[in-house]
Design a protein around this ligand. Structure first.
Ligand SMILES: C[S@@+](CC[C@H](N)C(=O)[O-])C[C@H]1O[C@@H](n2cnc3c(N)ncnc32)[C@H](O)[C@@H]1O
Length: 293
């Protein structure tokens, strides 16, 4: 199989050179289901050092040292472009593909959104922000670093992984007066506070439709009348890195179309006229925006 031969060549030379990126992108993107399974079951990837060592980006994603895909550590390595010197070529490729760029873009998407809220905020009270599945919370750290009046936003983070919270608290140690971390599975979480903004990225694309609707429906009860929910999800119609994530990283996400996201929001009890879907520059991460109406 020509595809396997080309992939083997790249693995043998410890990763793609920049001049190989186009070829490797299209090779992976055009893999048939049959080729995908054949490569997955072959020794080609199983024997690759890259995937045995969690110090490489893809090795970390594949071996899942914290027990689940998309942990705070790997997300922060993507944010900070933290590559390992033993795997430079592979790490560069992993950090420069569309999905990684989309993850970095979603951080700036969030920050831009919050700066706009702050600019338009007229109340004496703080903006109440709920960040669901906060992970490393680098998005928050940078946001608070940039804010002139930090008290304008009061943040509650709900995060299931205690290690992620320790990491995020350390990263945000200058801002802990304004951020409260709660260790809880969102399915078991209840709240009486009403939030002006509810943000969640990198969570709903792990949910099946039933869980998606269930959590969104809970969020509905936590939203102020003027408030807004924003949910990130990988785009079913566009993710050039999807096969790389799935084949090398064993990282399978539920990709959704814009229309599917709108329909799920309707199922959760929101009115279509209050729902829009936007995307970041790569068009790989979609953002469902919902207002109470
Ligand atoms: C891919 S990371 C996203 C982190 C962050 N939102 C970001 O975009 O940088 C996913 C995070 O969701 C957390 N998580 C997964 N399932 C969860 C649940 N049911 N309740 C709360 N947190 C959850 C994980 O522990 C992990 O930190």
């Amino acid at each position: 199989m020509e595809t396997v031969r080309q992939l083997k060549k790249i693995i043998e030379k410890n990763g793609p050179d920049r001049s190989d990126y186009g070829m490797l992108d299209s090779l992976l993107h055009n893999l048939t289901d049959q080729d995908f399974v054949a490569i997955q079951q072959s020794d080609l990837l199983k024997n690759a050092d890259l995937l045995k060592d969690d110090k490489s980006i893809m090795g970390h994603i594949f071996t899942k040292p914290y027990g689940y895909a998309g942990d705070f550590h790997i997300i922060d390595r993507i944010y900070t472009r933290n590559l390992n010197n033993n795997y430079v070529k592979w790490d560069q490729y992993s950090l420069e593909n569309s999905a990684a760029q989309a993850v970095r873009n979603r951080k700036s998407y969030f920050q831009k959104l919050m700066h706009k809220k702050v600019k338009n905020w007229t109340s004496d009270k703080s903006i109440e922000l709920l960040n669901v599945a906060s992970g490393p919370a680098r998005d928050l750290k940078e946001l608070y670093d940039q804010l002139y009046n930090k008290s304008i936003i009061n943040t509650t983070c709900v995060e299931m992984d205690a290690k992620a919270i320790v990491y995020a608290q350390n990263l945000n140690k200058a801002h802990l007066n304004h951020i409260n971390f709660i260790q809880k599975n969102i399915f078991r979480y209840n709240d009486t506070t009403k939030y002006d903004v509810i943000w969640s990225a990198g969570l709903f694309d792990y949910f099946n439709d039933k869980c998606f609707v269930k959590v969104l429906n809970k969020m509905k009860t936590w939203l102020t009348h003027q408030g807004e929910i924003i949910i990130g999800n990988f785009n079913q119609d566009h993710n050039p890195s999807r096969k790389y994530m799935e084949l090398f990283g064993d990282w399978f996400l539920v990709h959704r179309t814009k229309e599917e996201m709108i329909q799920l929001a309707e199922k959760a009890g929101f009115d279509r006229k209050n729902i829009t879907v936007k995307s970041e520059a790569e068009n790989v991460n979609l953002f469902l925006h919902i207002k109470q109406g």
